[in-house]
Design a binder for this molecule. Sequence first.
Ligand SMILES: NC(=O)c1ccc[n+]([C@@H]2O[C@H](COP(=O)([O-])OP(=O)(O)OC[C@H]3O[C@@H](n4cnc5c(N)ncnc54)[C@H](O)[C@@H]3O)[C@@H](O)[C@H]2O)c1
Length: 325
Amino acid sequence: MTLYLTQEEVQKVLDMKSTLEAVESAFREMGNDKIEMPPRVYLHFDKGVLIAMPAYMPGLNAAGTKIVTVHPSNKKDYGLPAVIARIILNSPENGVPLAIMDGTYITALRTGAAGATGIKYLSRADSRVAGVCGAGVQGKSQVMGLMEVRPGVQKVKVYDIISEARKAFAEEMRKMYPKVEFVSVDSAREAATDSDIVITCTPSPEAFLDGAWIKKGAHVSAIGADTGAKRELMTSVIKKADKLVVDFIPQAFVTGDFRVPKEEGVITEDSIYAQLGTIVAGKKPGREKPGEITVFKATGLAIQDVGTAHKVYQLAKEKKVGKEI
Ligand SMILES: NC(=O)c1ccc[n+]([C@@H]2O[C@H](COP(=O)([O-])OP(=O)(O)OC[C@H]3O[C@@H](n4cnc5c(N)ncnc54)[C@H](O)[C@@H]3O)[C@@H](O)[C@H]2O)c1
């Protein structure tokens, strides 16, 4: 029997706390070299792309594949979402497909959890002010992750190029976290200036975050640029950082955030302090001094999807959610 879970059913059982546990465990397994994660496989269509992302974590007894398609014109052409994802979980013991589940909500939450894991290990524990650039799906998920690991944050400044989007976002977040002050601001500069934690989560093709705005002791979470065509961090951010941490070095150097500074001769792969898993596994320290500037660059890993899907499967079985097929 295979458990089938729709997006609504995944949403019913999965919250940020459980996602964080799953994602942090996945990073720990990676840091301990206990994962199998071959490179992503791509199919190129006229209007989009299909990406297959398999991973196996023997220590967690979790194995599976995310299949995600990205068709940017889907909404306009067919009234469908641009990103459609499913995750198939297989039993490592006998190969049986244990579950097939929607992967879109899992992708949103596991990315918030990856950013939050970076914040947990790299930002100052006494961080009070955060700035978020990009008030979309990731904006929300990153704030949910942030609040889980830094409950002391009192103020969040939000910038989006669409003014209605940033205002609506601040309004929605105030309802979710009534004790936190959410302010819609008019520029990325305002969002970043004086912030202890700066989160960028936009599909911007042009770098917009300037290192001059990043204060001493701040942490930057760079989430949005996950391909070579996207870039959020100006080279000045990379130059100013004391510690550059990434989820996976080969993928980080494909994105505009690291590819461009490498082409400019500013950094090489050797400039990376650590992959996040190494820090989570305790093999290297995260933040060591209050004045350090840290950057975490996330590109998204199959282990995050499979780890979270494994958690969803356990929770759904426990709560008797979903349909056996
Ligand atoms: N690193 C990862 O693992 C990972 C995972 C999922 C998504 N992503 C990436 O994160 C980005 C955001 O995804 P999303 O699902 O939130 O998209 P979304 O469309 O829901 O939201 C993006 C928001 O960014 C705003 N924006 C665009 N350019 C901007 C700029 N220069 N300054 C400020 N705001 C700007 C848009 O107006 C929009 O509101 C995408 O590039 C996506 O591919 C990365």
